[in-house]
Write a protein that binds this ligand. Structure first.
Ligand SMILES: [Zn+2]
Ligand SMILES: [Zn+2]
Length: 353
């Protein structure tokens, strides 16, 4: 089968490799769409150590079931499916508590990190355990389904914020996840929930406006704090959803939240930041990390199928697998205005199916 192989760091090639066979509990899936994740781009050059070559990357995918393992229930050849990018064990304490994102034996599809290596979906076929697969509703196209991981991550960030409704929320960072956090907060909160969005890129803020932001701020640091205080009568917002993860944006998040409020930390570009400890303690701020997702896929599918979360405007291009190497280069070079790039590994004749 054709696959986009990371043969060495910074070197991707479309090549023929031996296709996988499904184990008893697995599904063999023909991939119809697989999104390029930021983590793939960061792994591609070796900076994260999570894509050790040789590896076929890709974990944001959807496709059609081709074969079903003897012990895999609930699926038949021809079914349109997607799957959770996290392969969890289902047996550890965390899995039993429903925190599958914290599984002790967690593996991510399309990752190779020294502890394990698991082939991903930038290929014509891949196998996944049936327990992480989901039937796709008819309303969702394959490219839209490739956005489910990102939507689930955003829904999880909003879930751990423990919104009660009627809150003011600030999203810092209007990239892919930030814009989905905005839509998730609006779909999870009650109607009165107001969501502000801040970024330093006006094009992204335009998207935020079209996705229901109450107001957008082209500002950072003290200027952003001033704007937020003006809009909240000097009180600060109830919840900040931080989707960047730099020193400055974390400090601003803490400045913008009200006393007793919550800052959800989703972005983590910097492995370490300075913590304004006294502000956090004396204003009793809750800092809440949010990692991946934990069972939000069905809700993400429901909200997208119902049109409550819209991803179409976040998809920059759907391209054949052969274009994968050049798209990785462009993403790695941080070309402006690129959101999600989705690769379709199917032979040309099947692409319209
Ligand atoms: Zn991803
Ligand atoms: Zn587990």
């Amino acid at each position: 089968m054709k696959a986009l192989l990371l043969s060495e760091y910074n070197k991707l090639e479309v090549t023929d490799i031996v296709g996988p066979m499904p184990g008893p509990e697995e599904l063999l899936i023909q991939v119809a769409a697989c999104g390029i994740c930021g983590s793939d781009v960061h792994g591609y050059d070796g900076s994260t150590g999570r894509r050790i070559p040789p590896i076929v990357m890709g974990h944001e995918a959807a496709g059609t079931v081709v074969a079903v393992g003897s012990a895999a229930d609930g699926f038949s050849p021809g079914d349109r499916v997607t799957f959770d990018s996290t392969v969890y064990c289902g047996a550890c304490d965390f899995c039993r508590a429903g925190d599958i994102n914290l599984c002790n034996n967690r593996q991510v599809i399309g990752v190779s990190c020294g502890e394990y290596s698991r082939a991903g979906a930038f290929a014509e076929f891949l196998t996944v355990p049936a327990r992480v697969a989901y039937h796709l509703p008819d309303e969702l196209s394959f490219p839209e389904a490739a956005m489910l991981e990102a939507v689930s991550v955003a829904l999880h960030g909003v879930k751990v914020a423990e919104m009660k409704g009627d809150e003011t929320v600030l999203v810092i960072g209007a990239g892919m996840i930030g814009l989905l956090l905005l839509q998730s907060a609006r779909s999870r909160g009650v109607n009165a929930t107001r969501v502000f969005v801040a970024d330093v890129d006006p094009t992204r803020l335009k998207l935020a406006n079209s996705m229901g932001a109450e107001a957008t701020f082209l500002a950072s640091g003290q200027a952003l704090t001033d704007e937020v205080m003006k809009r909240t009568q000097g009180r600060g917002v109830d919840i900040v959803l931080e989707a960047v993860g730099h020193n400055e944006t974390i400090a601003t998040a803490i400045d913008c939240v009200r006393k007793g409020g919550t800052v959800v930390l989703v972005g983590n570009i910097s492995p370490q930041v300075n913590l304004p400890l006294q502000k956090v303690v004396s204003r009793q701020i809750r800092l809440q990390g949010s990692c991946a997702s934990a069972g939000e896929y069905p809700e993400a599918m429901r909200l997208m199928a119902a049109g409550k979360i819209n991803v179409a405007s976040l998809i920059t291009a759907v391209a054949p697998l052969a274009d994968g190497p050049s798209w990785f280069e462009r993403l790695h070079a941080r070309e402006p205005n690129l959101m999600k790039i989705i690769l379709d590994p199917r032979p040309k004749a099947m692409e319209s199916l």
